[in-house]
Design a protein around this ligand. Structure first.
Ligand code: FPP
Length: 282
């Protein structure tokens, strides 16, 4: 394009683009969220929320301050998952091993959990989010257990995002528990040993109604799974980021999902097999 038409085009483009800015409509550049392939989102994202203590110490604060700030990240990421239409978000909020932390910290986290759930249950319901808890709930202080049970009951009819809190949870505890129950059922004649398959084993886990996570994120630079969903993460894509949990926001989640969308998930097959299968489907 040359001459007058080009000048007219530039003037038109200038006013047209400014109009978008004026009304605060979506920007022309693509945000990370815009780049997501909405057809290939993970159904289930699991997160190890790590780094609260270090985040607080770096600011000369007590560790509990980091946990309090971590709640804002929980809100932000839950909202992001609900907006995207993710079906399951599992958050590792307190491990079996965390009971060995100093008493003041354990009590502080339990109190924080009670207050957070109490304050947020209405928002969860308003946003059609259903709360679940996995873990040994009998280990929780009475008030915390009651609060969780009430929130689960109140949100039980919601059909949007399933928010799963792993509380007093460890995968070895869960797997050993499953083994005990399977052994008991075999002993009672309810189950034949030959019937014990990976699919059947899944029915004895805390996550029996949930699909396995496709994406597991751990914040704060540690590259470990730390006793989290060991059975369920067999084929999950793992994503580790240096960002501390209290700093983790929607944009970080989009980055993790974009990274997930670059992975080829082969489930033990060859790359050629996966590509052939995709061609048949499309
Ligand atoms: C790990 O960081 C974090 C925890 C053990 C607790 C996580 C709890 C919250 C974010 C608040 C829970 C609230 C809700 C509603 C789920 P860390 O203490 O191990 O950090 P560090 O590795 O830097 O010491």
């Amino acid at each position: 394009m040359q001459g007058k038409p080009y000048i007219y085009f530039c003037i038109f483009a200038h006013f047209y683009l400014n109009r978008f800015d004026t009304y605060n409509l979506p920007q022309i550049h693509m945000s990370l969220k815009d780049k997501l392939d909405l057809q290939r989102l993970p159904r289930h994202i699991a997160i190890i929320m790590d780094g609260n203590g270090r985040w607080a110490k770096e600011r000369g604060q007590d560790r509990l301050f980091g946990h309090h700030e971590g709640v804002e990240s929980v809100r932000n990421i839950t909202e992001a998952c609900a907006e995207l239409g993710i079906e399951y978000l599992t958050l590792y909020a307190f491990s079996t091993e965390n009971w060995d932390r100093p008493v003041y910290e354990v009590n502080g986290i339990m109190e924080l959990l009670v207050n957070t759930i109490r304050n947020e249950v209405a928002t969860l319901s308003k946003n059609n989010i259903r709360l679940h808890v996995i873990g040994d709930m009998n280990m929780l202080p009475g008030q915390c257990k009651t609060e969780m049970e009430e929130a689960m009951a109140l949100t039980s009819q919601n059909t949007g995002l399933n928010l799963v809190m792993a509380l007093s949870y460890s995968a070895r505890w869960e797997i050993v528990n499953a083994a005990k129950n399977i052994a008991q059922d075999v002993k009672d004649g309810k189950l034949e040993p030959e019937a014990v398959t990976p699919e059947m084993w899944q029915k004895y886990l805390c996550t029996t109604t949930q699909p396995d996570p496709e994406l597991m994120i751990r914040t704060s630079g540690e590259c470990r799974i730390s006793n989290f969903l060991l059975y369920q993460l067999a084929y999950a894509e793992l994503y580790f980021t240096d960002t501390r949990w209290p700093d983790f926001r929607k944009e970080h989640l989009y980055e993790a999902i974009l990274n997930y969308q670059t992975r080829e998930r082969r489930f033990g097959k060859t790359s050629d097999q996966i590509q052939q299968n995709e061609e048949i489907i499309s």
